[in-house]
Structures are given as structure tokens and as C-alpha cells.
Design a protein. Structure first.
Length: 170
């Protein structure tokens, strides 16, 4: 099965000229979903991992399943205002303006080996902010995993020096 074939492409969403890569078609297909999680697992299985970090919101789906499969803890990085306890925050740039993400201060212990998972690597702004949060807490990033990577947006360049794995590239 080609995962690219089960990801729906929607032209001109959210605005004209953009092709939106919709993973809901992958998620509803049990075999495709399993294949995506298994691909992430195969890439990272031989590394010592203490925590999987998932980025709000679709990173929770893949990151949670991967953490379960690896037998390690899962830590959510959420959009600002969604976490109820002590947290640290990082602001990042969007096409128009800024946004913030946050993580609980006790989510990652100093020295823990962490992989960061999200559904999509585009410009890299969100994942770069997540990287900063993990490192501020003392976590050691072992790698980054994505279901989809939009190569022309060059988000990978913000993650130089790290293991960056993506399953499907456009």
C-alpha cells in the first residue's frame, strides 16, 4: 500500500493556491493507520527512548499510538491556554502573526531521550518551537518523525543536525 494514495489532496484549501494534505482518509483506513505508526516505530525502535512528544493536535494521534507501541510515556505539547498546570511556553511565527505552544514543566525530566512526532512538516515553525521547549526542560531529542513532509517549504532546514524522518514527501 502507498500511504500517499490514501492521503486526500484538497486544492485551494485553506486558500487559493494551497493543496491541503488531508490525513483523515489515512486515519479511517485501519491498514493505512497501522502502516504509518509501524513506519515510525521501525525508524525509531532501536534507539533508547524515554518519552514521545506529540504536537497538538494530530501529533497526539500518531505520537500516542507510537508511545504505546514503544512502551514509553507520552507528553503533549499543546496550543496556548490548553494545559491546566505549571508550564513553559514558546511563541513562533505564522504566515500572518504568531502563535504559542506550551508543555507542562514536569512532562520531561532532564536527560530523558525524546522523539517529537507530528503529522506534517511544512515550514518547521511549530516543530522548532517544540524542540525549544523539550530542550529547555533538559530533554535530549533523539529525532523527529512526521507522516507528511512538504519538501518545497524546507522545514527540515530548521532541524539540521537531528534525525528527521518523514513517511510521505510531497
Amino acid at each position: 500500500m502507498s500511504l500517499k494514495d490514501v492521503i486526500r489532496s484538497i486544492p485551494d484549501f485553506p486558500k487559493k493556491g494551497i493543496i491541503f494534505r488531508d490525513i483523515t482518509t489515512l486515519l479511517k483506513d485501519a491498514n493505512a493507520f497501522k502502516e504509518a505508526v509501524d513506519a515510525l516505530y521501525e525508524h525509531f525502535k532501536d534507539r533508547k527512548i524515554d518519552k514521545v512528544v506529540g504536537i497538538d493536535a494530530r501529533g497526539f494521534i500518531f505520537g500516542g499510538a507510537l508511545a504505546y507501541k514503544m512502551g514509553v510515556g507520552f507528553v503533549p505539547i499543546r496550543k496556548k491556554g490548553k494545559l491546566p498546570w505549571k508550564k513553559i511556553e514558546k511563541e513562533y511565527s505564522l504566515e500572518y502573526g504568531t502563535a504559542s505552544i506550551e508543555v507542562h514543566v514536569d512532562g520531561i525530566e532532564k536527560g530523558e531521550n525524546v522523539i517529537v512526532i507530528d503529522d506534517l512538516l511544512a515550514t518547521g515553525g511549530t516543530v522548532e518551537a517544540a524542540k525549544s521547549l523539550v530542550e529547555e526542560l533538559g530533554g535530549k531529542i533523539v529525532g523527529f518523525g512526521f507522516v507528511i513532509e512538504l519538501l518545497e517549504l524546507k522545514g527540515r532546514e530548521l532541524l539540521k543536525g537531528y534525525d528527521v524522518f518523514s513517511i510521505v514527501q510531497y
